[in-house]
Each structure stands twice: as structure tokens, then as C-alpha cells.
Write a protein that binds this ligand. Structure first.
Ligand code: ES4
Ligand code: ZN
Length: 351
């Protein structure tokens, strides 16, 4: 699908993008050589070819054919990120790309445990992103508030330790934080890892005055149960403030009602689902959520690992396949502003 001038010029807000999922093959190649990190591709074209494959979320889908899963390829890409400058460059590359797409405001996720477990200092990750947060706004006019993600396939204890380490970079309600991140999320492999396992992490973050969101990815095992927990159970029944994906809510009226009643919005990533669902199956579901009055916005997830489809390509898909009007598309961006955790003064300035 070619990006239409209307979609290209529309001001945009991105609320569901993993910064590590924006690592371009070019930067990965450069950093691999700069940091002396071996990568399993002898030439740059071979590396490029590896991005054309659609990897499965679970090994069992094709039997164990030795192919890596999607998340294995994503974490393999992370290995070249070592120094503060690497994290700065990763984020600045993204902010440049965002400004080219008329993205005005972003809430990027970061997976600090993916880096500390390789021996990278937490300070390198956080200071690199902090510098990019400031320079991205100054140089490219893209403002950002970041989201610390717990890796849900690691232990709760590992997540809590990462949170304690990162906490001085958060916008905590003691007023002492550096203001990089203002929310926590939950990412990585959710197989048998329901949101409630991380309730203590969410509670700590809430006590610190941070916002809370969590992934409930599409068609995972127990998907509707995870959505139910995210709406009704996490943090003393207050639920989460947003859900990342959450498309399976469409299968149950009580979940649709819960989302509407509690004004919990879904950050959808259409192309991520379109990789495995037919057009005629997927887009009517998104259209139905919209018609039911569930608050949704359109995002890109891991664009460089998803055929290089960014937020503009994702918006183009729903514009075309959900038959949304131009007014609907503007409403989707307004939804993103409302769902965002920007300060009210910033919200007024975004569009
Ligand atoms: C992710 Cl596609 C996906 N699912 C879960 N966690 C993630 N982190 C980055 N991409
Ligand atoms: Zn995601």
C-alpha cells in the first residue's frame, strides 16, 4: 500500500513502539563492527534478507524446525547495543524517522533487562535515552515520554531489581526523578505469564506516581483471560490504564463493556496482526471495536522487524481496509492524544 498524501501529512502520535524494534539493519551492521559483536550474517545483503521473513511467535507453530521465534530475532538484534552512544543513536535515528512521518509525540517502550542481562550498565541505556529525549525534541521537534517494560518471561524479582535501578530516571512523584519514563509496561513472551504475576511491580510504579499499561497480544494462549486481568484485576482491581494490543476483547461482550466503562484504550498495531491474519478477518474486527465505541489508536510495534511498516503504513492499512473516513483518521489521532500521558499543556500543543 502506498502512503497517500493525506496520511503522510496527518500529524501523528505513536503510543506503541519498542525502541529496540526500530533498530535499522544499517545501524545494526555499523554497531556490530564498532563494538566487535559477531552477527550470524557474513554480508550486509544477507542481514537484509533476514528481515524479509515473518517469524512465528511460538516455535510449535511449524514444529521445531530450528527457525528462531520473532522475539529471538528481536533480542538477537539488541546484542549490538552496548554503549551510551549506541542507545542515543538508536533513539535519535528513530526520532529523525518520526519527524519525517509527521509524528509529533511518542511514548516509546524500552526493555532494560534485555541489555543489563548482557552485562550492559543500566546507566548507559538510561542516559543514552535521556540525552535522546532532550535532543529529539530540540533537533527534530519530537517530544517523548518513555515506558519502562518488565520482561514478563523473566522473574518478578529480576523485574523489580531492574525497576529499582531505573527508578531515578523515572518521573516519580517525589519530584527527584530525571523524567525519562513516566509509565511501566509489560512485554516479551506472554505464554503462561499473565499480567497478575507482575502485580507487585505495577503497584510499586503506581505508588511512585507512574502510569501502567501491559501487552495482551493477539491470539496468544489465554488471550482473553489476560485481557480480563488487565481490565479488572491488576493493582487492587483498578486495572491498567491502557492495554497494548488487546484485540481479543472483541470475542467477549464483558471485556468490551469493561474497556468502555473504565475508559481503557487499546494501542493497536494492525500490520503486526496482518502478518498472520487475512485482510477479511482482521480489519472487520478493528472496525467492530471502533463501531462499538472502544477507544483505539494506531501504532507500529517493531517496525524494522515487521517489514519496515511504520505508523504511516499502519494508518494507511486501516484507512483502506476499515474504510475509515478522513474524519475518522483524525479522530484516531485525537484518541492517541487523549490516551497519551503527556501533560495537559503538551496535549493541547501536539496537534
Ligand atoms: C514484542 Cl511483538 C512483541 N510481543 C511482545 N513483546 C515485544 N517486545 C517487542 N516486541
Ligand atoms: Zn508491542
Amino acid at each position: 500500500l502506498e502512503i497517500s498524501p493525506f496520511i503522510a501529512s496527518l500529524p501523528k502520535v505513536e503510543l506503541h513502539i519498542h525502541i529496540e524494534g526500530t533498530l535499522s539493519p544499517a545501524l545494526r551492521w555499523k554497531l556490530a563492527h564498532r563494538n566487535n559483536i559477531p552477527i550470524p550474517y557474513k554480508t550486509y545483503p544477507e542481514l537484509l534478507d533476514s528481515y524479509k521473513i515473518t517469524y512465528n511467535h511460538r516455535r510449535e507453530v511449524n514444529g521445531d524446525n530450528g527457525a528462531p521465534t520473532f522475539l529471538e530475532t528481536y533480542f538477537a538484534g539488541c546484542q549490538v547495543l552496548c554503549t551510551e552512544d549506541d542507545f542515543y543513536e538508536l533513539a535519535m535515528d528513530y526520532f529523525r524517522k518520526a519527524s519525517e512521518m509527521n509524528v509529533r509525540y511518542v511514548e516509546p517502550f524500552f526493555d532494560i533487562q534485555a541489555h543489563t542481562k548482557r552485562g550492559v550498565a543500566a546507566e548507559a541505556v538510561l542516559d543514552g535515552f535521556l540525552r535522546a529525549q532532550r535532543d529529539g525534541a530540540k533537533v527534530y521537534g519530537v517530544r517523548s515520554n518513555w515506558i519502562f517494560c518488565f520482561l514478563r518471561d523473566e522473574s518478578l524479582e529480576s523485574g523489580l531489581e531492574a525497576y529499582r535501578t531505573a527508578r531515578p530516571w523515572g518521573r516519580t512523584n517525589d519530584g527527584k526523578g530525571k523524567g525519562l519514563f513516566h509509565a511501566v509496561g509489560l512485554a516479551s513472551n506472554e505464554y503462561d505469564r499473565p499480567p497478575l504475576l507482575f502485580e507487585e511491580g505495577f503497584r510499586l510504579a503506581k505508588e511512585d506516581g507512574l502510569h501502567v499499561t501491559m501487552h495482551c497480544d493477539v491470539d496468544q494462549k489465554d488471550a482473553v483471560d489476560h485481557v480480563h486481568e488487565a481490565i479488572f484485576k491488576v493493582c487492587a482491581g483498578q486495572g491498567s490504564e491502557r492495554i497494548d494490543h488487546g484485540l481479543n476483547a472483541i470475542d467477549r461482550p464483558d471485556l468490551i463493556e469493561g474497556l468502555k466503562e473504565r475508559n481503557i484504550g487499546l494501542t493497536l498495531c494492525p500490520h503486526a496482526y496482518h502478518r498472520r491474519q487475512a485482510t477479511e478477518t482482521l480489519f472487520p474486527k478493528i472496525r467492530k471495536l471502533w463501531d462499538e465505541g472502544v477507544k483505539i489508536c494506531i501504532n507500529s510495534d517493531d517496525p524494522t522487524y515487521m517489514h519496515n511498516v511504520w505508523i504511516d503504513g499502519n494508518m494507511m492499512k486501516v484507512y483502506e481496509y476499515c474504510r475509515f473516513s478522513k474524519g475518522d483518521m483524525i479522530r484516531l489521532v485525537r484518541n492517541a492524544v487523549e490516551m497519551s500521558w503527556a501533560d495537559n499543556e503538551v496535549k493541547k500543543e501536539i496537534l
